[in-house]
Design a protein around this ligand. Sequence first.
Ligand code: GLU
Length: 297
Amino acid sequence: MRSTRRFAAFAALGLTLAACSSEAGSQAADQAESTAEVQEDVSFEPGTTMAELNEAGSITIGTKYDQPGFGLLNPQSGDPEGFDVEIAKIVAAELGIAEGDISWTETVSANREPFIQNGQVDMVVATYTINDARKQVVDFAGPYYVAGQDIMVATGNPEGIQGPEDLAGKTVCSVEGSTPAQNIRDNFPEAQLVTYDVYSKCADDLANGNVQAVTTDNVILTGLVAGNPEGFELVGNPFTEEPYGIGLELGDTEFRDFINDVLEESFEDGRWADAWDRTAGRITGEEAPEPPAVDRY
Ligand code: GLU
C-alpha cells in the first residue's frame, strides 16, 4: 500500500511535469478536481455562521496565490490550487457550498489577521501557523498539518548553511508578518533579514544572488525548489514546529467546532490524504503523513 501510493505520487509528478511543458491546462483540471461531495440537505442552528453561509450559498476564503503545492493561482482558471485550497473546499462542501461558489481572496502573510477581523474573508486557509500571539485576535480550527521552518539556498549550498546559526552575517529573505521572519528577528539577530510581502519575491532574490538564503516553512520551500530545481536546494533541517490552522473570527466557537469536526472526519475517511496526494504530495513525492490531532483549545 505504502509503495503503491508513493509510486502513484511519482507517477503523478511525472504527469504534472509533462502537463507543465505541453499543456498547462490539463494539470489544472486534474489538481482542481475536488473529491469533496457537496452536502445538499444540511441544516444548521439559526443564527450560526454555518447557517448564514449555507443560506447565502457562498463563502469568501483567503489563501496564498504564490505557494506551489499549497495555494498557487492558476492564471487560466483564475482560481488557486493546492492542499490549502482542497482543505477549504472540503469545509465549504460540508456547508453545502460547491467549489464554484467559493470566492477566493489572496491573503498574504501580513494581512491574514486583519482580513479576518474586518470580515473581508469568512476564513483563512493559508499555511497559517497557530500561535498564541495570533490567538489574541483570531481563532483557529485545526491543526490539519504540521510544517517546520527550514532554509533554502542556491544549488551546491555555496555558503555551507546547515541551520539558522549559520545565517549570522548572511542575507536571508522571508516574508513580513510570518513566524519565520519573527523567529529570525527574535533569535538570530546577526542574520541580515530582508522581507517582502510574498515568498515568490524571495525566490527571485535568491535566483538573482541578491540574498544568500530564504527561510520559511519546509513545505513552502519545497514548492519553490520544484519551480527552480537547477537553482535552489533545501537545507532540509527543520528547526521549528508550524501547526497549520484555519483562521476564523475570534469568539466564533460554533464555527470553530464545526470546522474541527469536518477536519477530523476528513482525516478519518481519506478525503484529507486524497487532497494531499493530488497537491502537495506531488511536489514532495511523499505520501500523506499521519494527520495531527486537532487542538480544541
Ligand atoms: N506558517 C508560517 C506563518 O504562518 C509561515 C508561512 C506563511 O508566511 O504563510 O507565518
